[in-house]
Design a protein around this ligand. Structure first.
Ligand code: MG
Length: 308
């Protein structure tokens, strides 16, 4: 049952092909990535983050970024995006003919240094330049603020710091900022205060939330986000990127688990849950481990039982 103050409709931003696969150690062939993206778009997901234009030596899984974008069948009305860490990434996205890119800044200096070799201030200067050039080419820019609920190196992160970085990203031209729980540490007690801090600086309609289920709190966090009037949530098909056997596993919130809860609450997403399950089950054998989506594992178990 939908409470009157919850959003009637939620936009689910599908990050599985990028945030999911880039954290999977087994290389997925380009043709299978293309099929995966096409299946997710066909399922009704309105935004698909397809790939990442990062250094292929650092992230071999994303070395075929250009080929994946060239190979997908673009559906009208679907926004296709790619992560770009710098001007070089932006050039590649422009060459690929994308009309939306994503940038990621951190709310803690140590994480930013370890991740991209720049502190937060230096990274914001880089992204300001990326935004200026993106604007010249009429490219939309979505921004992430990582470590918004805690940093693996610095521990607690001040919500005012998160709000400051979010506001700067919006000021430089990002249309939306995804407040991200990079290490899966956020709990429902934190979500309200962080959203309130960010919403004091950024219009609530420009705030998205990106949760990881590493500690089992992702859906509870989404619920608090809905209560706070947030209507855009990131999720990864199958919970890709949450490989339980890989060190550094991220534990992305699974798209299926999110859809099941939202639809159960009477919130419209425009996405076919069954079609996302099929897309996830098609990619599962290729990543070499069971996907973490509880919903999809339940579907598998039910099918196995009824088949025996
Ligand atoms: Mg993630």
């Amino acid at each position: 049952m939908r409470r009157p103050h919850w959003p009637q409709r939620v936009t689910v931003v599908e990050v599985g092909p990028r945030d999911g696969l880039q954290n999977e150690p087994v290389y997925v062939p380009t043709a299978d990535k293309i099929r995966f993206v096409d299946a997710l778009a066909a399922a009704g997901l309105p935004v698909v983050e397809v790939t990442s234009f990062v250094n292929p030596r650092r992230v071999p899984q994303m070395a075929d970024a250009g080929a994946v974008i060239a190979g997908i069948a673009r559906r009208p009305g679907v926004r296709y995006s790619a992560l770009v860490p710098n001007q070089r990434g932006l050039d590649a996205a422009l060459t690929a003919g994308l009309d939306e890119v994503a940038i990621f800044a951190a709310a803690s200096d140590t994480f930013s240094m370890r991740n991209i070799g720049q502190d937060v201030e230096a990274s914001l200067a880089t992204y300001a330049a990326v935004c200026r050039r993106a604007d010249e080419h009429a490219l939309r820019v979505r921004a992430y603020v990582s470590t918004a609920f805690g940093c693996p190196f610095e521990g607690e992160v001040d919500p005012r710091r998160v709000a400051e970085v979010a506001a700067r990203l919006i000021e430089m031209g990002a249309f939306e900022v995804s407040v991200s729980d990079t290490i899966g540490i956020a709990h429902p007690g934190q979500v309200g205060p962080v959203i309130d801090a960010v919403a004091a600086r950024v219009d609530r309609g420009r705030i998205a939330l990106h949760f990881h289920d590493t500690r089992g709190t992702a859906l509870a966090n989404v619920l608090v986000g809905l209560e706070a009037g947030i209507a855009v949530f990131d999720a990864s098909a199958g919970g890709l990127g949450g490989c339980p056997f890989a060190p550094g596993a991220t534990g992305n919130l699974a798209t299926e688990d999110l859809l099941y809860m939202l639809h159960g609450l009477g919130i419209d997403t425009g996405v076919s849950l069954a079609a996302v399950v099929d897309a996830s089950l098609a990619i599962e054998p290729l990543v070499g481990h069971p996907l973490s989506s509880r919903y999809t594992q339940a579907v598998k178990a039910t099918r196995a039982t009824s088949a025996s």
